[in-house]
Design a protein around this ligand. Structure first.
Ligand SMILES: NC(=O)c1ccc[n+]([C@@H]2O[C@H](COP(=O)([O-])OP(=O)(O)OC[C@H]3O[C@@H](n4cnc5c(N)ncnc54)[C@H](O)[C@@H]3O)[C@@H](O)[C@H]2O)c1
Length: 310
């Protein structure tokens, strides 16, 4: 089948494309390369089943997809990953964040409604919960996002549910926790902490922790996330909203020590004051991921770190 992957040149997107092509599907990537890179898909160069289209999804996707659907028939499923991904950027530029993250989702949903797409899978975020006191965080926890990024992800979720209920567009929402793995870009200071620590530890440079490092995160390896996306693309799980995490948590200091050790122990660990608004604890309740999609995270943090460093 023909699957459109918005944000397919990014970190999670490029792994999603690998999986879909590996399963024999035809894939069209829509990406404006804001943070994604063509290099992430370079290993598919020449693939007859992959189209890569430069397109800003927040300005519509009909025209961009028209040449592909003229050749290969309708888009059957969409994985919507394209987003402005920095929480910090969203605080400084809430209008840009809304236009890309909420506006982009509406354009995707309008396309799905108009053309009869059979499933839209949406990349939401643990940011919809805000700062939650009780762990693990289940999907029924009240959502109180504390950033424009979280607000726009939540608004997108509501839009998905509306299109499902009123227009009959099948949708599944995945709330990613902290995803890590190969191809995560360490060059941005707002990138995933594992990619930044790994980059520094490999070069023997110091690692910087904000606060004492007791803050915890639920890290999930990108391979497990992509399995969840593939399961959500199947028929069923309509209007399901599921956390995508490992169900465990690790303190950032322990994580830093593990990465330094795996890299030969040359890096010092430095501390700076906590960043305002930083969430102290995060751990996903993952029962629904298992019950609705049959997915349990399989990659241990150590194995995932080794693979990322390699
Ligand atoms: N990585 C995580 O830990 C994590 C956690 C929660 C949610 N998410 C969500 O998962 C999705 C993928 O994130 P990622 O970590 O792979 O980040 P990424 O930056 O590597 O991927 C985002 C992709 O979207 C593209 N993009 C941005 N704006 C676009 C636009 N207007 N039109 C077309 N393409 C556009 C970027 O160029 C990039 O390729 C995002 O929606 C993000 O919010 C990620």
């Amino acid at each position: 089948m023909l699957v459109a992957v918005t944000g397919g040149a990014g970190f999670i997107g490029s792994h999603t494309v690998d999986r879909l092509l590996g399963a024999g599907h035809r894939v069209v990537v829509l990406d404006d390369f804001r943070t994604g890179r063509r290099a992430n898909l370079a290993h598919h160069a020449g693939s007859e089943r992959l189209d890569i289209i430069a397109c800003d999804v927040s300005h519509g996707i009909f025209a961009a997809l028209a040449p592909v659907t003229a050749r290969h028939g309708p888009v059957e499923r969409i994985v919507h990953l394209a987003a402005q991904v920095s929480v910090v950027h969203s605080v400084a530029n809430p209008l840009v964040d809304m236009q890309i993250n909420y506006g982009g989702t509406l354009h995707v949903l309008e396309y799905a409604r108009a053309t009869g797409v059979r499933k839209v899978v949406f990349a939401s975020s643990a940011a919809v919960y805000g700062d939650v006191a009780i762990m693990p965080v289940g999907e029924d926890t009240p959502t109180r996002p504390v950033s424009p990024y979280g607000i726009d992800k939540l608004a997108s979720e509501l839009a998905l549910d509306y299109y499902a209920a009123v227009h009959g567009v099948p949708t599944t929402t995945l709330r990613f926790f902290n995803v890590y793995g190969p191809r995560q870009d360490p060059s941005s200071p707002y990138s995933g902490v594992i990619s930044i620590f790994a980059d520094r530890a490999k070069a023997g440079r110091p690692l910087l922790i904000f606060g004492d490092g007791s803050q915890t995160r639920d890290f999930i390896y990108v391979g497990d996330v992509v399995r969840a996306i593939a399961a959500a693309l199947e028929d069923g799980a309509d209007r399901v909203v599921a956390n995508v995490g490992s169900g465990g948590e690790i303190a950032v200091l322990e994580l830093a020590r593990s990465i330094v050790e795996l890299c030969g122990g040359r890096s010092a660990i430095h501390h700076a004051p906590y960043r305002p608004g930083e969430i102290l604890k995060s751990r996903a309740q993952v029962d629904r991921l298992h019950e609705a999609l049959g997915i349990v995270a399989e990659t241990s943090l150590l194995d995932g770190l080794r693979e990322t460093l390699r």
